[in-house]
Design a protein around this ligand. Sequence first.
Ligand SMILES: CC(C)(COP(=O)(O)OP(=O)(O)OC[C@H]1O[C@@H](n2cnc3c(N)ncnc32)[C@H](O)[C@@H]1OP(=O)(O)O)[C@@H](O)C(=O)NCCC(=O)NCCS
Length: 414
Amino acid sequence: MNKALEGVRILDMTHVQSGPTCTQLLAWFGADVIKIERPGVGDATRSQLRDIPDADSLYFTMLNHNKRSVTLNTKSEKGKEVFTKLIEYCDVMVENFAPGALDRMGFSWDKIQVINPRMIYASVKGFGPGPYQDCKVYENVAQCVGGAASTTGFDDGPPLVSAAQIGDSGTGLNLALGIVTALYQRESSGRGQRVECAMQDGVLNLCRVKLRDQQRLAHGPLKEYPQYPNGKFGDATPRSGNASGGGQPGWIVKCKGWETDPDAYVYVIIQAAVWNQWCQVLGREDLIEDPEWATPEARLPKLEQAFALIEEWTMTKDKFEVMDILNPLNIPCGPILSMKELAEEPSLRETGTIVEVDHPERGKYLTIGNPVKLSDSPSNVQHSPLLGEHTDEVLSEIGMSEDEITAAKEEGAV
Ligand SMILES: CC(C)(COP(=O)(O)OP(=O)(O)OC[C@H]1O[C@@H](n2cnc3c(N)ncnc32)[C@H](O)[C@@H]1OP(=O)(O)O)[C@@H](O)C(=O)NCCC(=O)NCCS
């Protein structure tokens, strides 16, 4: 079966996480992703956080499936010649180097457009234009400057970063969307264009509800926050612990075994529509009609008590029992699943969300497959390329003879 992006060639200059997540996704959709890496060195993540000596790390392999790897020194004269041919050959070029790196290499956007007017040139940077545009940025920096850290954590604790890589992988998703949108527009315009995604913007976009709350603060306390009714609100959106960001109050409560199991917890939501069911589960039918409890407004100042009542009950059950009892009653809830539990979950294996891959150097390992499922474009996960595995293959595709390839190797360009 054909894949959605078959025929699209991507010149992949990405490294670390944000860029590679984007190009991996495009490769799963069928694009031919040609990853350019420095000869002898490659993407720095190949050797970072290594668990098996001399084998590509899981950090690298889990971000670079279904790609081809070409080694090329784009700073040497010969390397620049080859790179120019690759720009002519490809539809999209993606990079996430520190600001200005491509310009320093001699490949500005102006120049790229001259070489290939249909080229879509996509970049991730830490910041957009402004006072910090020249700064290098990693995941956690992005979370801090994008509003996530200041609004995550408990009110009496320091700012907290999330384990979810919203700065890197989150921005990679934005970039992939920008690229396919630009490819679509090229169908009618005939022209390529520049696609730019700043990590700060990507994180801020995901923290939209917190900017909402910043503005609500001007009109009174945030009544769904755990600080209400006893705590004080300052002039900026505070950290709200595990409170829900929406209109239905939620919290994480303990389950049976919490004393020894760090993940024996469940997230529960007191959705207004299921208050009756909650009262029945808790054996507190008296609260169904009690005006002190019956409406969402009446409950807002008592959320702490409400979650304490629920926790009394959840502590008598394990998290899966809670799920089994609440789900048939339409009460939204979710067990806190550990990575171990997720890795072993059969349904995620069946859908291809968690996939076992065989790698020539490291053997079998688990990875996350394509989280976007298309009915006409299946995703099969192939192991990440070894450094330079496809150099000869790709160079001959762009018209270089065997002698030319040998000469380029001797010069150290590839
Ligand atoms: C992630 C980041 C902080 C890493 O910084 P770094 O390891 O110092 O790497 P840089 O991006 O500065 O690039 C390293 C150099 O290698 C060079 N290089 C990369 N590939 C090359 C190749 N194939 N041949 C020759 N030189 C190459 C670059 O041109 C650059 O050289 P320069 O500094 O002389 O211009 C930085 O790339 C960055 O801020 N990127 C943008 C934001 C981002 O994506 N961050 C998230 C990463 S998950």
